[in-house]
Design a protein around this ligand. Structure first.
Ligand code: 3PY
Ligand code: MG
Length: 271
């Protein structure tokens, strides 16, 4: 038996698991987006809580996890770095999954799995007093303790040249659920143009490696058009855009309309 989270349920369905990036430490923003969409085909099944580049820190995890979990979506925390203590803090605050930036090798991937699971599989320290609060029908005690090793979703970001060169070996590591492409870093770290031929070839190789290993392939997108393209390529999990991208794009678009200028700016095409 393992805990069933919205992201896991979404993986079992044949449709793409759509989510978005939360960079603001605001339950109100998360709930404004999620609330009331339950049951709709356009529902988000997960939210990436960005503690790497967002304004979110450890202090915000518990409230954000509970707010997102209460809307039947899975909070996945991107920790700043793949450190054991950072992963432990995210899980103890009720994350349904973790994401780590810059996974370069299979040794990196094996360590991430180790930090994420309780013994005997891994080395996660014990103290989940608050962790089940974000999970429906999961009680403190054996309900959580005995099922979370299999219930947690482990996502590693492939966003460097070495990550791509080692991607087949990373994908084969037991306990890794998702290979998540960070296209911005991938382009910068490889020294290639985002959207150019080499970049797209690397993205194709990561997608194929995930497929081959029976793992999920995921990618960060800048808007719905980008997300649609990736869905058609066969990605299983897609972040459509970020909170701030939409707020800025939407607000500036309305300003342009009010100013009598043509069209509206939907998003800035970036973060
Ligand atoms: C990247 O594009 O580098 C990411 O990590 C997505 O946020
Ligand atoms: Mg990145």
């Amino acid at each position: 038996m393992s805990i069933t989270t919205p992201i896991r349920t979404s993986f079992q369905a044949s449709s793409v698991a759509f989510g978005f990036w939360l960079t603001l430490p605001s339950s109100a923003v998360a709930k404004t987006i999620l609330h009331g969409a339950s049951g709709s085909s356009t529902k988000f099944s997960w939210v990436l809580v960005d503690a790497e580049h967002g304004l979110i820190s450890d202090y915000h995890y518990y409230e954000l996890n509970n707010a997102i979990g209460s809307e039947n979506a899975s909070p996945i925390i991107r920790v700043p770095y793949a450190e054991e203590w950072m992963i432990k803090r995210a899980l103890d605050a009720g994350a349904h999954g973790i994401m780590t930036p810059m996974c370069h090798t299979e040794a990196d991937a094996a360590n991430i799995v180790k930090y994420t699971k309780y013994p005997p599989v891994g080395t996660r320290g014990y103290g989940p007093m608050f962790a089940p609060h974000s999970m429906r029908d999961v009680n403190p005690g054996p309900d959580y303790d005995d099922q979370i090793n299999d219930g947690v979703t482990v996502c590693v970001q492939i966003e460097s040249r070495s990550g791509v060169e080692n991607v087949e070996k990373i994908a084969a590591v037991d306990g890794i659920d998702v290979l998540f492409i960070g296209p911005f870093d991938l382009a910068k770290q490889m020294g290639v143009t985002r959207g150019g031929e080499e970049h797209e070839a690397a993205i194709g190789r990561i997608l194929a490696a995930a497929r081959q290993a029976g793992k999920k392939a995921a990618i960060f997108c800048t808007d719905g058009v980008d997300a649609r393209k990736r869905a058609e390529q066969g990605f299983d999990m897609i972040s459509i855009t970020t909170d701030v991208n939409v707020i800025r794009g939407g607000m500036l678009g309305e300003l342009r309309v009010a100013n009598g200028e043509d069209g509206g700016v939907r998003s800035s095409g970036g973060y």
